[in-house]
Ligand binder design. Structure first.
Ligand code: GLN
Length: 195
């Protein structure tokens, strides 16, 4: 059971879609734009958008240190797409945004190439059950390497696109843009400590 609130970092990007999905999951939510709103949270979602912009805004809104402090406590964090990039320890390309470095992964940004700027593909994600999950990819990154404590949840064409490391979860695709709530429910199980 999720007793406290789930925050959605609402500085830029796909905030509303996550909000709607969480409401359908019947949990309390709050959009976070300032430090004072980061209390009584059990989970936090860093949405998709532009990682460079979100990174800069997190710093100018004085959220950077507070989010790192929360990450040290018992909070769960899920990053989708740009959010995944911001959770990573390392980005392959140079001149990239500062990242929180909470997940032991190296990512490549916009990594599927021009022809595949946006695409959808059914993904097999064992932790969500037998039925495939609709993967919506928008200028998506993928994960090049991951440390031994990182569980690989999904791959697409041999590229890693979803990972979990304890309380931290990352997806290169956008479950909030589908009607399928299974990925959100999976995150909420991590949040509640059920899994
Ligand atoms: N390409 C974006 C970035 O590098 C991520 C795209 C997305 O979040 N849909 O930040």
């Amino acid at each position: 059971m999720v007793k406290k609130k789930i925050g959605i970092l609402a500085l830029q990007g796909g905030v509303i879609e996550h909000l709607k999905a969480l409401e359908k999951c019947k949990v309390k939510t709050i959009c976070i734009t300032k430090k004072e709103e980061l209390y009584n949270l059990q989970g936090l979602i860093i949405p998709g958008g532009e990682s460079t912009t979100i990174s800069k805004l997190m710093q100018s809104h004085n959220l950077w240190e507070s989010i790192l402090d929360l990450a040290e406590e018992n909070i769960s964090i899920w990053g989708t797409c740009a959010g995944l990039i911001l959770l990573s320890k390392k980005i392959k390309e140079k001149n990239n945004p500062s990242t929180l470095g909470l997940m032991d992964i190296e990512v490549a940004r916009n990594a599927f190439g021009r022809q595949r700027e946006s695409f959808e593909s059914d993904l097999s994600i064992k932790v969500l059950g037998e039925k495939t999950f609709p993967g919506v990819f928008i200028r998506a990154p993928y994960i090049l390497t991951s440390g031994s404590s990182v569980e690989i949840l999904a791959s697409f064409e041999n590229k890693i696109v979803a990972v979990r490391q304890g309380r931290f979860l990352g997806s290169a695709f956008h479950p909030e843009l589908t009607k399928d709530l299974r990925f959100h429910k999976y995150f909420l199980k991590i949040v509640s400590g059920e899994i």
